[in-house]
Design a protein around this ligand. Structure first.
Ligand SMILES: [Ca+2]
Ligand SMILES: [Ca+2]
Length: 128
């Protein structure tokens, strides 16, 4: 049963995920104020980052979706703490941030949102 970091493919999915994680969202101890999703900056692999190269975000799964809801002033590819910049994407929670997208340092411990293939109930029919 393989899973992957979730694709947030539309507004409804974004709202449903935020509803699910709202209770523990703004929490430094449990999730460091954010949850990883399956969007990343594919233009900056750690070994070949080129300064000034524009970010190019893509989903790790179902790459055709281009839905993105960035927090104000994001993505900013902040490289103050890591010269590789920020190449992974979280749903960002702070008292003033409510789960919009933010690029973040990939090594940060965070919560995460995974998704799994929907299993068709018909697969098990006839086995009982
Ligand atoms: Ca970046
Ligand atoms: Ca950022």
């Amino acid at each position: 049963m393989g899973g992957w970091l979730a694709t947030v493919d539309k507004k409804k999915t974004h709202q449903e995920i935020r509803k699910l994680i709202r209770a523990q969202a703004d929490n430094k101890v449990c999730n460091n104020y954010g949850f990883w999703i399956g969007l990343h900056d594919a233009s900056n692999p750690k070994t070949s980052r080129h300064k000034g190269q524009p970010d190019k975000f893509s989903w790790v799964h179902e790459q055709c979706h281009d839905f993105q809801v960035w927090e104000t002033n994001q993505p900013n590819d902040n490289d103050k703490q890591d010269s590789n910049g920020q190449n992974c994407v979280q749903l960002w929670y702070r008292p003033s941030k409510k789960g919009n997208f933010d690029d973040e340092y990939c090594g940060e411990p965070k919560g995460y949102v995974c998704q799994f293939e929907e299993v068709c109930p018909c697969i098990n029919q006839g086995l009982e």
